[in-house]
Design a protein around this ligand. Structure first.
Ligand code: AMP
Ligand code: MG
Length: 390
């Protein structure tokens, strides 16, 4: 058994190679930006009015003004605003030459082609050329997860095609003779395969492509056959089950036969002790535990950050300090524990009801996982603890 941190340090050294691809704007939602983005224009590209109103000279604010022309957005002015004059102007239109001020329609009385400002002079209501973005500015950083608001910036910067990290392909294999697929009714001694679908969803959430290879039978050839296929086609291969100490836990044998070099196969962590990691010339391989909570948790600890690193992500899933809402106690402290916690009032966390690593419906009510270090069996209400959001 190796310490959790040591296992992490080992797997952290390995990353699948990620390429760059260029895709259209909206498709880039939820992808990791692969290059810094610079703007090819100033924003605004010209001095423009931020309101519907009248463009004039500030010095003339206390006079009745002659309206020269009406300037809609997208149409340049045809006249210069002189002394005693103004142009009626719509939000987003370029300022006419000669004007240095805009007062709002709400603060004006217009009659017979003339207008009088009735408000109190405050700000000029002009958005200045380049005040938001300067041509050549870096507007988005490589490694961000692209959200709708980033897509607006990409569109403004003229990026009709967006450079993003190509998604690594992650293969998923279930093992176990007791498993049937979710569309089937389990017979006696059978259960439904939940891990494959949970893992597939975790893979997609982490930003990668998932490929499901099915359920391998617990025999010598079952796992080996699916594993060999997955190794050929994927960057990372995930198996669940078959890595603990039972007579039919045949994954380690399949690893050996397929040429997967195992770097660790027991971690001092709870849940997820049998988590196994190995390298193959074609792919990185994880043997995750069969119990659904263990499989989920160790994916979050090892695989999610690996996918994010491979894609150059800036914001990699990590722990942050939160306050414990109630006392916590466990019997033994030999392993590092990752305890499902919910959010209490004031953003404090408290352990959810949790019967162990097969307790599949403990996680939907959990906000995150609380780290309890080796050697610690008690934590006090109010203490700061490390929590990773799930
Ligand atoms: P194993 O490590 O193969 O002995 O599996 C440990 C426990 O997890 C057993 O109770 C299995 O039935 C269960 N299990 C294994 N694979 C899955 C799966 N894909 N979905 C749900 N439960 C599973
Ligand atoms: Mg099994």
């Amino acid at each position: 058994m190796i310490p959790f941190e040591e296992a992490l340090a080992i797997s952290n050294k390995y990353n699948p190679v990620s390429k760059i691809e260029h895709i259209d704007l909206v498709s880039s939602l939820g992808r990791y930006l692969a290059e810094d983005i610079k703007s090819d224009i100033n924003m605004p590209p010209f001095n423009k009015t931020a309101v519907d109103g009248y463009a004039c000279r500030k010095a003339d604010l206390d006079r009745e003004l002659l309206i020269n022309e009406v300037i809609p957005a997208g149409v340049p002015a045809t006249m210069t605003v002189g002394e005693g004059q103004c142009a009626k102007i719509m939000t987003g239109a370029a300022m006419p030459p000669g004007a240095d001020w805009v007062f709002m329609v709400e603060d004006a009385v217009e009659k017979d082609g003339r207008v009088k400002f009735t408000g109190k002079a405050g700000k000029d209501n002009i958005a200045k050329l380049g005040e938001d973005i300067r041509k050549g500015d870096t507007v988005l950083r490589k490694g961000i997860l692209i959200r709708p608001q980033d897509i607006a910036v990409l569109a403004t910067a003229g990026k009709a095609r967006v450079p993003v990290a190509a998604r690594p392909v992650v293969g998923v294999i279930s093992t176990g003779n007791e498993l049937v697929e979710p569309g089937e009714k389990p017979a006696s001694s059978q259960i439904r395969n939940s891990n494959a679908y949970q893992l597939t969803a975790q893979v997609i959430r982490a930003g990668a492509d998932a490929s499901y290879f099915g359920i391998a039978a617990d025999d010598e050839t079952g796992t080996f056959t699916l594993l060999s296929k997955a190794l050929e086609e994927c960057d990372i291969v995930l198996l669940t089950g078959g890595v603990s100490m039972g007579d039919f836990d045949l994954v380690p044998g399949a690893f050996e036969k397929a040429g997967v070099k195992v770097l660790f196969d027991r971690i001092a962590v709870q849940p997820g002790k049998p988590t196994t990691f190995g390298v193959h010339e074609d792919a990185l391989v994880f043997g995750l535990p069969g119990n659904p909570v263990s499989s989920f948790v160790q994916f979050e600890m090892f695989v999610r950050p690996m996918i994010q690193r491979a894609m150059g992500a800036i914001d990699i899933a990590g722990f942050r300090k939160m306050q414990l809402a109630e006392n916590y106690e466990r019997k033994r402290g030999r392993r590092l524990a990752l305890v499902p916690v919910s959010l209490a009032e004031d953003m404090n966390v408290k352990p959810v009801e949790y019967h162990g690593s097969a307790h599949i419906n403990a996680l939907p009510g959990a906000y995150g996982l609380m780290k309890v270090p080796v050697g610690l069996t008690k934590l006090k209400k109010g203490e700061l603890v490390d929590v990773r959001q799930i």
